[in-house]
Design a protein around this ligand. Structure first.
Ligand code: NAP
Length: 308
C-alpha cells in the first residue's frame, strides 16, 4: 500500500450493529477505504447509523451496497449469513474479498461458500472483541485495538487476498492469527460460548428461585452474581445463533465442564478443602496471566469506582 492510499477503493459492511458499526468507525479512523458503504436490513438501524455519520453511504439493499466493493464484511448474526449471501451474490465485484465477524467459523463457511461466485475470495474471520451491548450507538473505533482477530482461510486460499485481509485487520488495530475453522470453534467454545451459557444459566436459575426472592437476588448481587449478569445481558439473537451453529464443540466442552463440576460437588460434600484450595489457586493464576497478556485491566472489581 502506498502511503496515503487507502487499502480499498470501496469497502462494504453489512450489519450496522455493535461490531459492524465499530468496524466502520475503525475503517474511518485508519483511512482504509476510499468509500465506505454500510448496509442493514433494519431501516431504523440504518437511519440511526446515518445519524451517527459513521460511513459514506447507507443502504437497506445489500446488492446495491456491495456493488464495486473490493472487500465485503458481514457483521450480522451467524444465522443470517446465508440469507445475506443469497442477496449479495449477484452484485459482487470481480475478485472481491468476502469476510465476516461471526463468532462461529465452520458453519459460516459452509453457509456462504456454495452461494458465492467462483471469482470471489471467501475468508471468514472473527475479531475476539466485543461488549454485551447491541446496535450502532454501542460501537466504538478502538474496540479492536490490541485484540486478536482470527482468520480461518480455506485450503488453497488466494495468498494476496489473505495478505490484504490481514493488513485490513492490522489497520483496525488487531493482531491477526490464522487458524483452522474447526479448531477456532473448539477454542471459542471454551473461552466464550460455554462461559456465556453458564452466565445465562446462573442468571436464569436465580430468577426462578422461590425461596430466595427476586428482589433479594438484585439487592445482594454485588456478592458475585452481577458480574455474570453483564455476560447474560448479551444479544439473544446473536447467542441463540452461536449455540445452534457450534453445537458439537459446545456439547463437547460442556461434557468436560459437567465432569469437573461433579468433582467440585464431591469435594464440597466430602469436605475436601485441599481440592478446592488447589483449584482456586490455579484459577487465580489464570486471571493474572490474562492481565499480563494485556487482555484485561488489573484494576480491582473491574475498575468500578470505590471510595477510599
Ligand atoms: P447486533 O448489534 O445485533 O447487530 C447485528 C445487525 O445485523 C442488526 O442491526 C441486525 O438487524 C442486522 N441484521 C440481521 N439480519 C440481517 C440481514 N439479513 N441483512 C442485513 N442486516 C441484518 O450484533 P453484533 O453484536 O454486532 O453481532 C454481529 C456479529 O458479530 C455476529 O455474527 C456475532 O456473532 C459477531 N460478534 C459479536 C461480538 C459481540 O461481542 N457482540 C463479538 C465478536 C463477534 P436487526 O436489528 O433487525 O436484528
Amino acid at each position: 500500500m502506498m502511503a496515503g492510499t487507502p487499502l480499498f477503493d470501496r469497502i462494504t459492511i453489512i450489519g450496522a450493529g455493535l461490531i459492524g458499526s465499530s468496524v466502520a468507525r475503525a475503517v474511518r479512523r485508519g483511512k482504509l477505504a476510499g468509500h465506505l458503504a454500510l448496509a442493514d436490513a433494519n431501516e431504523e438501524v440504518i437511519k440511526e447509523a446515518e445519524g451517527l455519520g459513521i460511513a459514506d453511504s447507507f443502504h437497506t439493499s445489500v446488492v446495491e451496497a456491495v456493488a464495486g466493493s473490493g472487500l465485503v464484511i458481514l457483521a450480522v448474526p451467524v444465522g443470517a449469513m446465508a440469507s445475506v449471501g443469497v442477496a449479495m451474490a449477484p452484485g459482487l465485484a470481480e475478485g472481491a474479498i468476502i469476510s465476516d465477524v461471526g463468532s462461529v467459523k465452520e458453519s459460516v463457511f459452509g453457509a456462504l461458500e456454495p452461494l458465492l461466485p467462483a471469482h470471489a475470495h471467501l475468508i471468514p474471520g472473527h475479531p475476539v472483541a466485543g461488549t454485551e451491548q447491541s446496535g450502532p450507538a454501542a460501537g466504538f473505533a478502538s474496540l479492536f485495538d490490541g485484540r486478536w482477530c482470527i482468520l480461518t482461510p480455506p485450503e488453497g486460499v488466494d495468498a494476496d487476498a489473505l495478505e490484504t485481509l490481514t493488513a485490513f485487520w492490522q489497520g483496525l488495530g488487531s493482531t491477526v492469527e490464522i487458524m483452522e475453522a474447526r479448531h477456532h470453534d473448539l477454542v471459542l467454545a471454551i473461552t466464550s460460548h460455554v462461559p456465556h451459557l453458564i452466565a445465562y444459566n446462573i442468571v436464569g436459575t436465580a430468577s426462578d428461585l422461590e425461596e430466595v426472592t427476586r428482589s433479594e437476588v438484585i439487592k445482594y448481587s454485588a456478592g458475585g452474581f452481577r458480574d455474570f449478569t453483564r455476560i447474560a445481558a448479551s444479544d439473544p439473537t446473536m447467542w441463540r445463533d452461536v449455540f445452534l451453529n457450534n453445537k458439537d464443540a459446545v456439547l463437547e466442552m460442556l461434557g468436560r465442564f459437567s465432569e469437573d463440576l461433579t468433582a467440585l460437588q464431591r469435594a464440597i460434600r466430602w469436605g475436601d478443602g485441599d481440592a478446592l484450595f488447589d483449584l482456586f489457586t490455579r484459577t487465580r493464576e489464570i486471571r493474572r496471566r490474562i492481565i499480563d497478556a494485556g487482555q484485561d485491566d488489573a484494576k480491582a472489581d473491574f475498575g468500578r469506582p470505590h471510595e477510599d
